[in-house]
Design a protein around this ligand. Structure first.
Ligand code: ZN
Length: 203
């Protein structure tokens, strides 16, 4: 399985990193070895001085698909989850300056937090799901899928023009504003519609 991540899908987050607003979605991948095992703490890797959290809504693919039309995209997923796309921001900034790929900053071990998934029917409207991240009980990210530049179905259609989506693949749909650094002993709690989906200790 693969983890497909979307960059720059929320306008306010694009501004906070002083990035340009893309005309098409930014796509990158994480390998399955990036998945943080359930109930494990996140260990800050020695190669970075600046690991950032990015809370994101996740979509799990349930059918094989290629060149999926936007109007049929909803048939390719039944479940929604919540995750963190941990990012070595210091490394990423250097790689971006040089126009190099982001893998070292994005695809390292433990960089993908993935919650349990719930049926999409849990939500009245996938286009207005609220989600949040608390760091040490303080609200640091407060997002809503209504602020996505590209909606879930548009992302699925777009990604599938480049790569086949397979059963079990997970899409990280991008982070809202409020990303920031983690330090040892921090506790991150991710919520959808006020319900806790994960709790991660930083070491
Ligand atoms: Zn991200």
């Amino acid at each position: 399985m693969k983890l497909i991540c979307i960059g720059r899908n929320y306008a306010k987050h694009i501004k906070e990193l002083k990035n340009e607003k893309p005309t098409e979605p930014v796509i990158f991948l994480k390998p399955d070895s990036a998945i943080l095992p359930k109930n494990h703490p996140f260990y800050i890797p020695e190669f970075s001085e600046e690991i950032h959290y990015e809370v994101e809504i996740l979509v799990k693919i349930n059918r094989l698909g290629k060149h999926i039309a936007p109007k049929f995209a909803h048939k390719y997923y039944d479940e929604i989850g919540l995750g963190i796309d941990f990012t070595a921001r210091d490394l990423q900034t250097k790689l971006k300056e040089k126009g190099l790929p982001w893998e070292k900053a994005k695809a390292f071990d433990g960089s993908a937090v993935i919650s349990e998934f719930v049926p999409k029917s849990t939500f009245n409207d996938l286009a207005t799901i609220s989600f949040s991240l608390e760091k040490n009980k303080e609200l640091v990210q407060d997002g809503n899928t209504n602020a996505m530049l590209w909606k879930i179905d548009e992302l699925i259609a777009y990604i599938s023009t480049f790569m086949t989506l397979k059963i079990g693949d997970i899409i990280f749909t991008g982070t809202p504003a409020g990303v920031g650094k983690v330090s040892p002993d921090d506790v991150l709690v991710g919520k959808i519609e006020g319900e806790t989906f994960f709790e991660i200790k930083i070491k």
